[in-house]
Ligand binder design. Sequence first.
Ligand code: CEZ
Length: 808
Amino acid sequence: MIRPTEDQQYYELTSPTALPKASGFLWNNQMMIHMNCRGYAVAQFMQPEPAKYSYAPNLEAKTFMQPEQPYYAHHPGRFLFIKDEESGYIFSAPYEPTRQVPDKFVFAAGKHDIVWTLGHWDLRIQMTLTLPRDHAAELWSIKVTNTGSRKRKISLYPYFSVGYMSWMNQSGEYVDELGAIVCSAVTPYQKVQDYPKIKTLKDKTYLLAEKKPSAWEVSQEAFEGEGGIMRPSALESGTLACGDARYEMPTAVMQYRIQPEAGEEQEYRFVFGPAKDEAEIADIRERYFGFDGEKGTGEGTESGSEEHQAYSEYGFDAAARDYAAYVAEGRGSLTIDTPDKDLDNFVNHWLPRQMYYHGVTNRLSTDPQTRNYLQDHMGMSYIDPRSTRNAFLTALSQQRPDGSMPDGIVLYEGAELKYINQVPHTDHCVWLPVCLITYLDETNDYALLDEEVTYAGGEKSGTVFEHIDLAVQWLIGDRDERGLNYINQGDWCDPMNMVGYKGRGVSGWLTIATAYSCLVWADICERSGRSSEAADYRQQAEEINGAVNRHLWDGDWYARGITDDGVPFGISADEEGRIFINPQGWSLLSGAADEDKKERLIRSVAEQLESPYGVEKLAPSYTAMREDVGRVTQKHPGSAENGAVYNHAAAFYIYALYAVGEKENAYRLLRKMLPGADEADIRQRGQLPVFIPNYYRGAYRQFPRTAGRSSQLFNTGTVPWVYRCLIDGLFGVQGTPDGLRVSPQLPAEWNEVSVTRTFRGAEFRIAIKREDGVSETEVYVGGERIEGGVIRDVAEGGTYAVEVKLPL
Ligand code: CEZ
C-alpha cells in the first residue's frame, strides 16, 4: 500500500481510497502547494501576504494554515477528465472527481515533484507537478499513452479549478494570443487607503497550455450543467462550448481531441498560477514554452515547429531541473544507516526537507510567531547557518528595550501582527538562548555575540550578547513573589489564555523553562569567556528550580501552573487535564527533577500520556471549558493542544529523555512519530511518512476510534527538535567549541550503525558497533583512541573515518 521507491526519492501510495487524505507538498520561496493523492490541492503564494489563485467555490475565510481541513466535492483540485469517444466512457485522473477506481494507481510524493501514474481502459496516464525555483506557478506535465493494440479516439480535458475569486469582480476567458485561459478578479476591499496595495496584487489566475486546445470552457456552471462536478454535462457534447465567465465563477478546462495509435504517447504541458496582467502571462509563456501562442497553433501534436518544441522543452525542463537543485540545497547534515530502514528513509530524505521548508517560507506568514521563527531557524543551523544568523539579528532588532520579545517578528515593512500575535504571551525570550545554542554548536560562531544590534524603536543599541542577556533577565524578572513566571494570556501553549489574564496566574512549564534558559545561557557565557556570569546564571537556575520544587511538585509529576485564583492545575486532584507533558520533560532539562522525581515522572508519563501514536500533550483531554485555564480546553478532546499527540511537545520530551540518558524510552517514543510499520497503524494515521504532522489525534483512552489520525498539517516546530534528538541524542554527533563530540545513545536492539555527519565543512564517516569486552563508549579516529570522545581541530574539507565501540 505504501513504500519508498528504491532510490528513496519518492514515497508511493498504490490506492486512491486506502488513505484518502494522504498527501505531499512542494514549495519555493514564493509559494506552497499541498497536493492530496486524489487530486485536491491547497495552494498559497506570498505577495507578500498569503493569497490564493485557486479558490474554494464560496467566500473563503482568510486564516493561517489549519489542521484536519476537510475535502469536499468542489474542493480546489487539478484533474484530467478522459472520455472514450467511441463508448462515451468517462473517468478522471488522478481519481477525483468521477471516482472511477483505475486498474493501476500510484501516487508518488517526491522531494521536488509529485507524480501520479494510472492505468485504465488501455490508457496510461502520468501527471507530474513541479514548481519553478523563484516564482509562484505550477508546472504540469500530463502524458497519455495508448497501451492497447488499436487506434483510439479520446478526448482529454485538463481541469484546473479557479473557484470563487471575488465578490467584487470575477471573470474569465480564453486568450488566443496567449494560448491561455485567463481569469480576472479584484481582491475585495473597502477602504480607500487599501487601494494602493490592491492595485499591485496578482489578481489573475491563468492556465497556460503549451499545445493549443481544440476547445475550452471557462464558466464553472456551464461546464458542470446538470451533471455536476462528478459527471459534468459539458463532457457529453463533442466539443466544449468555448464559453467565458462574466461575473460568473470561472474555471479552467481545456479539451484535446486526439486519436493516438497503439503505443503512441502524447505529452501536454501547462503552467497554472497567479499573474498581475497579460504581459506577465506572455513572459511566462516565453520563458517555459519559448514561443508565443500565435506560432503555436495547430491541434495536438502538430502544434509548433520542431525547433520551437525543442526550445520549449528546454525552458520547462530546465526549470524543473533547477527546482530539483533548489530542493537538494536543503539536505541536512546527517545520513544514517541503521537496522530501522523506515527511520533511515525519513531522516535521510524527508526530515531535513521539512526543516528547510520552514526555514525558507516562515510558514507563509509575514509575521511568524517569535517562538516559531526562532525554532524554525534553529533547524536551519543544520542546513544554511547563515540564514539562522540573519534570523537572530532580525529578531533581536525587534526586541523591546526592556528585554521582552514581541509576539511576532515582522518580516516585511508594513506587515502587521495578526491572529494570535495580538495576544500577549510570556515565553518568547526562552527561545533565544535555547535556539542559539544549536547554531553555536553547529558553527562555533561565537563572534555573533559581539554584533551590534539596535532595539525596537531604534534608540537603544547593544551587542547580541547584551540583547540575549537582557532577555534572560526579563524572564527572571517576570516572576511573582514565589519565584514563578507569570503566564499572562499564554506561553508555548498559545491557547492557554485564561490561566493568568488577570495578572496573577503563573506557568509551571515557563518557570522550568526559565531555569533551563539560565543553564543554557550559562553555558554560552562560559564558552565565550564569561565565567562569573556563567556561575551567576547557574546559581539562578538552582534557585528557580527550588521554587519549582516547592510550589509545583505534586508527588509524582509537576503541575502545569497555578491560576489567577491560586488554584494549581495539571495535578492528581484534577479529573481532566491531570498531567501535562511539558513541565515533565523540561524539568529533566532544567535539573529541577532529582533521580527520584525523574523516575516518578517518567513512569507517570508512560502510564497516563503514552499511546501507540506517541506521548500526548495532556490527559485526560478536557471535555468542557475550564474558565481558569482557557481556550485550550474548548478544543475538541484529543485534537491539537487539548491532548493530541502534539509532536512538538512530544519532541521536547524525547529531547529531554536523551539529555538524561534515557535512551530506550527516548527511542521508543521517537519511533512513534512515524506511521507504520504495520498496515493498521498506517491506515489509522492516514498519512505518508514524508513529513511529521503537527499532531496525531490523542485522547487514546477516551476516544480510541479517532486516536492516531494525522492532522495532515506539516507546519510544526517539531522537526528541528527531532533533528536535535538525532544529533545531540540518538547518534551523539553534537558540536562543541572544541570540535565534534561523539557519544551515541543507541537503543539496545541496535548492534551496528553507520552515520555520515557533515560538520563545519568536514565529513565524518562514523561506524558504530557493539563489541564484547567494551565497558564504555570508545571513539577512534585513524585507529587512535580519542579521550573524552571529542574530535578536535576539525579541518574544513577534511574527511574523518571514525570508529565507535559500544558495550554489548
Ligand atoms: O499554533 C501553534 C503555534 O504556532 O501552537 C503551538 C505553539 O507553540 C506554536 O507557536 C502550541 O500552542 O491559536 C490556536 O489555537 C492555534 O491552533 C495554535 O495554537 C497552533 C496552530 O494549530 C498551529 O498551526
